[in-house]
Design a protein around this ligand. Structure first.
Ligand code: HOZ
Length: 434
């Protein structure tokens, strides 16, 4: 355990970030990393191993960012490192097919109920924007529905009332997105089936797709209420609309087959990412052959990518899925995360701090509120200043959390009881500081 902060604890991180700010907007390549919502400047990471990361000052942290989800096997898992090293030694990219693509495609198709044919891309953003194009092309309709506070990457049509970093930075609808790009994007509150039905009432015959995170993860973790996903499935069936599950966060995370396997609701199109690439840039979208074969070169709907299906990323993904296939993996993730949830509630109660824990598998968010959080309105009503104080005190004690109330924390197979208990000891002190 690190000692509480003193003036020199983050000296190298501060110097490094100051230099980075001259070179990149905010010194970062993804806005949430800049710590805007929690104050201070970010720690700069030197390395990671297992469930821990080390910053450039040599401070060690138990890590719950886990790269925002991909690192379900932990940092630098030996099998993943070996697979990546082997693949890289054979060549980084070819722009021609490799067998690794078919191997990972087979693994995805076997695991994910809705996917019979899959296309690899490089990021979750690419997966969702391609899925939207596919849905529009397949239905001949333009309108899409997304949830208020849902985040599906930064493509224009989806950057409307978006969660994650967009909400954290106070720009849920970004300047620079032309009105025309979002004119066909309809919004509904998460977990509100009546609101979804009302949209179909207003726009019947015009809605190509609903795109939804089946477990919301980008307003913090918010599980679907009973019957919600099945209700959306039925509405889509009744109206000839395609249901897209954005499982970039939940795929291979909440179950090997994703949220669709866990909640037993099968979408038409699935987007994957994060765990799929084991920490390397990799994502995918998939569906039935009937739908997917509308994509070029079989069909006319166009989407392409120089680095798509990159062999090093394929190797990292395959090795990560292999780790997850070990018996008991998901039970272990569940048990560890439940231990964290129970301990956080106990620690908060001891300090008289009101929190609500939302958890699905190894995704967890403690919300600083005394009311259940079931949607974006509930998430944004939380005490974000209290979260910021909690965050800083945790950091000072050697625990890295996503620097926003509107993100999920991730537990990996590399976490263990000792790391969780270390986290809870830190949390007891952090709640006292709130
Ligand atoms: N979907 C990721 C977590 N909400 C994004 C991470 C980021 O914005 O850097």
């Amino acid at each position: 355990m690190n000692t509480p902060a003193d003036d020199t604890r983050y000296a190298q991180s501060h110097a490094s970030h100051a230099k980075a700010q001259q070179l990149m907007p905010g010194g970062v390549n993804s806005p949430v990393r800049a710590y805007s919502a929690v104050g201070g400047s970010p720690i700069v990471i030197r390395s990671g191993a297992g469930c821990r990361v080390t910053d450039v000052d040599g401070n060690e942290y138990v890590d719950y960012v886990c790269s925002y989800g991909p690192l379900i096997a932990g940092h630098a898992h030996p099998a993943v490192v070996a697979a990546v090293t082997r693949a890289a030694s054979r060549g980084a990219s070819f722009g021609m097919p490799t067998e690794a693509e078919s191997q990972l495609a087979e693994a995805v198709i076997k695991a994910v109920p809705s996917v019979d044919v899959v296309r690899f891309v490089n990021s979750g953003t690419e997966a969702t924007m391609s899925a939207i194009r596919l849905a529009r092309g397949a239905t001949g309709r333009d309108k899409i529905v997304k949830c208020v506070g849902g985040y599906h990457g930064h493509a224009d049509a989806l950057l409307v009332q978006a969660g994650s970093g967009a909400t954290t930075l106070g720009v849920p609808s970004s300047p620079g997105v032309p009105k025309g790009a979002t004119a066909d994007t309809l919004l509904m509150p998460y977990n509100d089936l009546d609101a979804a039905a009302a949209l179909f009432g207003e726009h019947d015959g015009a809605i190509a797709a609903i795109i939804i995170e089946p477990v919301a993860g980008n307003m913090g973790c918010v599980p679907p209420s009973d019957g919600y996903l099945a209700g959306l499935r039925k509405l889509c069936d009744d109206h000839g609309t395609l249901l897209i599950f954005d499982e970039v966060m939940t795929g291979f995370r909440v179950a090997f087959g994703g949220a669709q396997a866990k909640f037993d609701v099968t979408p038409d199109i699935t987007c994957l990412g994060k765990v799929l690439g084991g920490g390397l840039p990799c994502a995918a979208y998939g569906a039935s052959a009937e739908i997917m074969n509308r994509m070029a070169p079989v069909g006319p709907i166009y989407q392409a990518g120089t680095l798509s299906g990159n062999p090093v990323a394929m190797a990292a993904g395959l090795a990560t899925l292999e780790v997850l296939r070990e018996p008991g993996s998901y039970k272990r993730l569940d048990d560890l995360t439940q231990r964290l949830a129970d301990g956080l509630i106990e620690a908060a109660e001891a300090s008289g701090v009101s929190i609500q824990i939302n958890r699905v598998g190894s995704m967890i968010t403690p919300f600083f509120t005394d009311k259940p959080v079931t949607d974006y309105a509930g998430a944004t009503a939380c005490d974000t200043a209290a979260f910021g104080r909690f965050f800083r005190t945790m950091l000072d004690q050697g625990v890295t959390l996503p620097p926003s109330q509107f993100e999920a924390w991730f537990v990996s197979l590399a976490h263990d009881e000792e790391a969780i208990d270390e986290t809870l000891a830190a949390a007891t002190r952090a709640f006292a500081s709130v």
